[in-house]
Design a protein around this ligand. Sequence first.
Ligand code: ATP
Ligand code: MG
Length: 359
Amino acid sequence: MSPRAARPGATAGAAAPGLGAILDAIPFACAAFSRADGALAAANHGFQDAFAALPGHRDRQQLASALGVAPDADGAEARAPHSGHWYALHWRPLAADGQAFDLLTAVDISARLEALDTHKHRQEKLLFTSRLMSVGEMAATLAHELNQPLAAIVNYLNGSLRLVGQAGGPAQVERALVAARTQAEHASAVIARVREFVRAREPRRDAQEVGVIAHTVLELLRLEAERQQLRIDLALSPSLPAVYADRVMVEQVLLNLVKNAIEAMREVPAPQRELRIEGRVNLDDEIEVRVLDRGGGLGPAESEQLFSPFFTTKSDGLGIGLAICRSIIEYHEGRLFFEPRTGGGSVFAFTLPRAEGRL
Ligand SMILES: Nc1ncnc2c1ncn2[C@@H]1O[C@H](COP(=O)(O)OP(=O)(O)OP(=O)(O)O)[C@@H](O)[C@H]1O
Ligand SMILES: [Mg+2]
């Protein structure tokens, strides 16, 4: 041990009597190192408390390397490995008793960093909540406006079905009426759930099969798909684990994504119109559902705005489909994202947690 090094618990080393007393008046961890050999010459109690347990703290080089900074890095922020505290480090030249020292002050900034972190976290949460609220309010308004006409549509369809039944056909009309009623009932279910969602802000989640959800969605879009002569490739393994989700909400997400995919392929030649729905367990052990199309894809500028409410490139679009999808998926602790598809087109994918262990 260098004879000039500060004794543990002492405030001054032999080489700099008086210096320790001065350093002790400073409210931060503070230590003087000899300019000549970098050995610790004096330290205040703050420094002893913060760094005495750190091996090598009596030598400027070793101390700096333990903190992961350069020995003369003025203004550096460093994490002390033994305590996990963060310090802002400053070096100043100091002459005392005819000797040259370099004075280190180490201000503990852990609390400030933590506050910043919390602030950022809160900010993000706020942003998320406000996005959810605006989409929620919009949805509530729509739900309110659409509820009455939808109920009337279902009533009319039921009336028509009764009349067709009494008249004994024709069967095609009956099928079309049943299909129309299925659509209207789905719309009502979505609206009912949206209202509940907005009111309670708590989806009703339980174990759901992605395959069942995909079939429901494709059934709702069958007409549209046939009209476009679309090839649909449903690649969901029956062994795909169940997800922990609100069924109607996830149906709504998938419906929006598949609708977008179909709309994206309006302009491409019919033989290329291929839609694929895949499911897999990803590396984070979540279920990832992927909707792949062979449409025009998206440029970098578009893909940035994609999820903002009211962003649309369609003359008949509202631009809220993806914004709602994202709110729903985030509510389910999942992610919704876009990727270009190899060979042309887009991939829209979302993740959902597994039901296993949640019920
Ligand atoms: N599969 C896709 N391929 C290419 N572009 C897409 C695809 N899906 C979405 N987009 C782009 O993102 C925009 C926003 O989609 P979003 O679903 O939010 O709104 P929209 O489809 O335009 O209207 P709506 O509110 O009726 O859904 C679309 O207008 C389109 O430009
Ligand atoms: Mg859409």
